[in-house]
Design a protein around this ligand. Structure first.
Ligand SMILES: C[S@@+](CC[C@H](N)C(=O)[O-])C[C@H]1O[C@@H](n2cnc3c(N)ncnc32)[C@H](O)[C@@H]1O
Length: 241
């Protein structure tokens, strides 16, 4: 599994190696947070977020250590309590999503964490640019690409989960990697947003994945500030098989 986002990689590695300790931390966060009133929750959230942003300078992202565990618990806490689950960082690398308004957020989802941990048992988890996949891939692999969504409207410019932008140029580079891996005989799948949700004439993906199958599927987008639009959105799935 490859991703460019340090915090996500930390999270997957901790879930892989130390899920029980992680669960303990999350249990405590859930208990502490849920007994607070709205005012106090706000203080708790913003204090934790500030501390989280300061602490990142004390983390060695390259070497597994015990202090990754509380860090990941904080990442999950913030993700579960922030506005719309938006895992967003500013250009300097600070987490900047505001607090969400959930009455009863599920901060600890134990069965899910245990399942993910089991699935990750044999995974190689690596912080890397997607282009590096081609250096490490074994013969006849199945590769699933889950890149940042291409924004479907001018207002939904959410392409940046990290300080790295993912614009049309990067979508094109990814398409050319898809082509290269296809030529090598791998089985490939890629998902993305569907520009036709807002502009039926937008053939961006039809053009760059012209040799492949594109199907449209209903997607429940949880990251959408407009609650009415949450259920009615399509996404695309591209395959070479
Ligand atoms: C739609 S999300 C997929 C998240 C992931 N599948 C998950 O839920 O664990 C897109 C991901 O692409 C990652 N990303 C952005 N630019 C990248 C790049 N150049 N190389 C690799 N990953 C990148 C982001 O960090 C983000 O996590």
């Amino acid at each position: 599994m490859y991703d460019i986002n340090d915090e996500l990689i930390l999270a997957y590695k901790v879930i892989q190696r130390d899920v029980f300790k992680l669960i303990e931390f999350l249990y405590r966060y859930e208990k502490q947070y849920k007994k607070l009133n709205e005012e106090k929750r706000k203080e708790y959230y913003y204090e934790l977020r500030e501390n989280y942003n300061l602490q990142r300078f004390n983390i060695d992202y390259n070497k597994y250590s015990e202090n990754w565990i509380p860090r990941v618990a904080q990442t999950i806490f913030l993700n579960k309590t922030c506005f719309n689950g938006l895992f967003r960082f500013n250009s300097k690398g600070g987490f900047n999503s505001p607090m969400g308004r959930y009455k009863n957020p599920k901060i600890l989802d134990e069965p899910n964490l245990l399942n993910v941990s089991k699935l990750l048992e044999i995974a190689t988890i690596k912080k890397a640019d997607f282009k590096e996949v081609k250096n490490d891939i074994k013969n006849n692999s199945f590769v699933y690409f889950d890149p940042p969504y291409r924004p479907i409207s001018k207002t939904s410019s959410f392409t940046s989960y990290s300080k790295f932008n993912f614009l049309d140029d990067e979508q094109l580079q990814l398409a050319s990697l898809f082509y290269e891996l296809d030529q090598q005989g791998h089985k490939l799948m890629l998902s993305n947003s569907d520009p036709k949700n807002t502009d039926p004439d937008d053939d961006f993906f039809e053009t760059i994945y012209a040799n492949y199958n594109i199907i449209r599927v209903d997607a429940k987008r949880s990251i959408n500030s407009n609650a009415n639009k949450r259920n009615s959105i399509k996404e695309i799935v591209v395959t070479n098989y």
